[in-house]
Design a protein around this ligand. Structure first.
Ligand code: ADP
Length: 451
C-alpha cells in the first residue's frame, strides 16, 4: 500500500473511531442527565402529593384530587397496603394498562406500555410511622427518546461531515508531505538512469524538515558531483602528464634504434633524455600515488618532536645535496610539538624542494611563535609568483609556467600534497609571494605545541 493511501486511511480510521467513541459518551451522558432530571421531577410530584393531600382523601378514590400533581402525559396511582388500586388519575388511556408491581420499596422502574417507554417512581406512603400504601407517579419518556434520537442523528451527521473533511484534508496533507519525497525519488531514478548529477528543485523557502532534507540531498549531490569531477580531472591530468614522458622516451628510443648506434652524439642525447624523462616519470608516479591515497599509514604515529633540531637535520641534507645555503632561524633553542615526524618532514622537503627549484639564492627556514601557533616558514629569494596565479598553486597539477617547471621537473602536485598532509595533522598552509622578491610558504601548527 502506498504511503499516501496509508496516511489517508489511518488518519480517517483513527478519527472515525474517536468520533464514534465521543458520540457514545455524549449520548450516554445526555441519557443519564435527562433520566436523573425526570426522576427528580417524579420524586418531587410524589412528595407534593404526600404533603398536600390528606391520606384519607387520597385513599377515597377522588381522582380529581390527583390531577394537579399528575405530570403531562403521565399518571398517578395510589395503592393500599394490599397493592389494590384505590385511586388513579391520567389523561392517557394507554397508561392505565401499566402492570401493577408487587414491590413495597421506594424505587424507579423503566417499562414499556403499548410500545411506549415509561418511567415510574414508587413511593411508600407512611403516616405517623404507619404504612398506608404506595403512591406511583408515572410519565411517558417519548420526548426524552425523541431528543436522544435527534441528538444521535446530529452526532452521526456531523461525524460523517468531519470524516469527509478529514479524508480531503488527509489527501492534501499526504500530497504536501510526499511531494518533496516523490521529487527526491524521481531525481534519484533520473540520476541512476542518466548517470548525470541532478538536484531537486526546491521552490519554497520554508525551514521545515522536508525542506532541510531536500537541501541536504542537494548538498550531498553537489559534493558527490564535485568529487566525481575532481577524480575525472585528476585521472585525465595524470594520464596526460604520463603521456608526455612516455612519448619522449618512445621517440628517443626509436631514434636510437634507427641511428643511435652509429652516432655517438645522438646516443648520448637520447640516453640523457630517456634518463631525465624516466626520473621525472618515477617522481610523478610517486607523487600521484601520494596524492591519490589520503589514508594515514598505520606506522605514522605521533611523536614528541623538537622542531629546531628536526629542521636543522633536513636543512643539512639539502645543503649537501643541493649545494645551496640553507639557514635555520628560530626564536627558541628548543621547542616541542606532538606530530607524525614523517609527515612533517615530507611537507618541509616539498617546500624546500620548490625553493631549490624556483630560486637560486640562499633559502631560510624560520621557526617562530605567534599567539598560540607555531609557524615554520620556508623563505626563498626567487622570482616569486604573480597574484593571479597565487590562489591556484595548491590545486593539483597547477603550474605557473609549465615550460619552466618542465625544465625543473615539477608536475604541479607538490603543494597540493603538502596541503593535504598539513591538513591531516590539523594544521594549515599559507603562501605569500612578491614578484622579483621571493616566496614564503608557512606551515601553521596550532594544536600540537607542547610547552
Ligand atoms: P611543482 O611540482 O610543479 O613544483 P607545486 O604544486 O609544488 O608543483 O607548485 C605549483 C606551482 O607553483 C609550481 O609549478 C610553481 O610554478 C609555483 N611555485 C611553487 N613554489 C614556488 C616558489 N618557491 N617560487 C616560485 N614559484 C613556486
Amino acid at each position: 500500500m502506498k504511503i499516501r493511501t496509508k496516511i489517508q486511511w489511518y488518519s480517517s480510521l483513527f478519527l472515525s473511531v474517536m468520533l464514534v467513541l465521543l458520540s457514545i459518551i455524549v449520548l450516554i451522558a445526555f441519557l443519564w442527565i435527562s433520566i436523573e432530571r425526570e426522576q427528580d421531577m417524579l420524586e418531587n410530584q410524589a412528595s407534593l402529593i404526600e404533603e398536600n393531600v390528606k391520606a384519607k382523601d387520597l385513599m377515597s378514590g377522588h381522582s380529581s384530587l390527583l390531577e394537579p400533581y399528575t405530570p403531562d402525559d403521565g399518571m398517578v396511582r395510589v395503592f393500599d397496603t394490599e397493592r389494590r388500586l384505590v385511586n388513579i388519575f391520567t389523561d392517557e388511556e394507554d397508561l392505565q394498562e401499566l402492570m401493577i408491581k408487587s414491590v413495597d420499596e421506594k424505587g424507579y422502574d423503566f417499562s414499556k406500555v403499548d410500545g411506549e417507554y415509561v418511567l415510574t417512581y414508587r413511593y411508600p406512603y407512611p403516616e405517623k410511622g404507619q404504612s398506608l400504601g404506595m403512591i406511583e407517579v408515572t410519565q411517558t419518556q417519548d420526548t426524552l427518546l425523541d431528543h436522544l434520537s435527534t441528538l444521535a442523528i446530529v452526532l452521526a451527521g456531523s461525524s460523517l461531515l468531519v470524516i469527509l473533511i478529514s479524508i480531503i484534508a488527509g489527501k492534501w496533507l499526504a500530497n504536501l508531505i510526499l511531494k518533496p519525497i516523490a521529487l527526491m525519488s524521481r531525481t534519484m531514478t533520473d540520476i541512476e538512469e542518466s548517470g548525470e548529477f541532478k538536484q531537486i528543485p526546491l521552490s519554497d523557502q520554508s525551514k521545515d524538515e522536508l525542506q532541510i532534507m531536500g537541501v541536504a540531498f542537494n548538498r550531498m549531490i553537489g559534493r558527490l558531483e564535485l568529487n566525481f569531477n575532481q577524480q575525472q580531472q585528476f585521472l585525465s591530468d595524470a594520464s596526460h602528464e604520463l603521456k608526455t614522458p612516455i612519448t619522449v622516451i618512445e621517440s628517443y628510443s626509436s631514434l636510437l634504434k634507427r641511428w643511435g648506434m652509429k652516432d655517438a652524439a645522438i646516443q648520448e642525447e637520447a640516453v640523457e633524455a630517456i634518463h631525465h624523462e624516466a626520473t621525472r616519470m618515477k617522481q610523478l608516479t610517486e607523487h600521484l600515488l601520494q596524492a591519490a591515497s589520503q589514508t594515514v599509514p598505520a606506522a605514522d604515529m605521533e611523536e614528541k618532536v623538537e622542531l629546531h633540531s628536526f629542521c636543522e637535520q633536513i636543512a643539512q641534507t639539502f645543503r649537501r645535496t643541493g649545494n645551496r645555503e640553507v639557514t635555520v632561524q628560530s626564536e627558541f633553542n628548543e621547542i616541542y610539538v606532538m606530530i607524525t615526524p614523517s609527515k612533517l618532514e615530507q611537507v618541509i622537503v616539498i617546500l624546500l624542494d620548490n625553493a631549490m627549484k624556483y630560486s637560486e639564492l640562499s633559502i631560510n627556514l624560520i621557526i617562530k611563535q605567534q599567539d598560540e601557533r607555531i609557524l615554520i616558514s620556508v623563505v626563498d629569494q626567487g622570482p616569486g609568483i604573480s597574484p593571479e596565479h597565487l590562489p591556484h598553486v595548491f590545486e593539483r597539477f597547477y603550474r605557473v609556467d609549465s615550460s619552466r617547471t618542465r625544465k625543473t621537473g615539477g608536475n604541479g602536485l607538490g603543494l597540493s600534497i603538502a596541503r593535504s598532509l598539513v591538513e591531516s595533522f590539523e594544521g594549515s598552509l599559507e603562501i605569500q609571494s612578491e614578484l622579483g622578491v621571493g616566496t614564503t610558504v608557512t606551515i601553521i601548527l596550532s594544536h600540537q605545541i607542547l610547552i
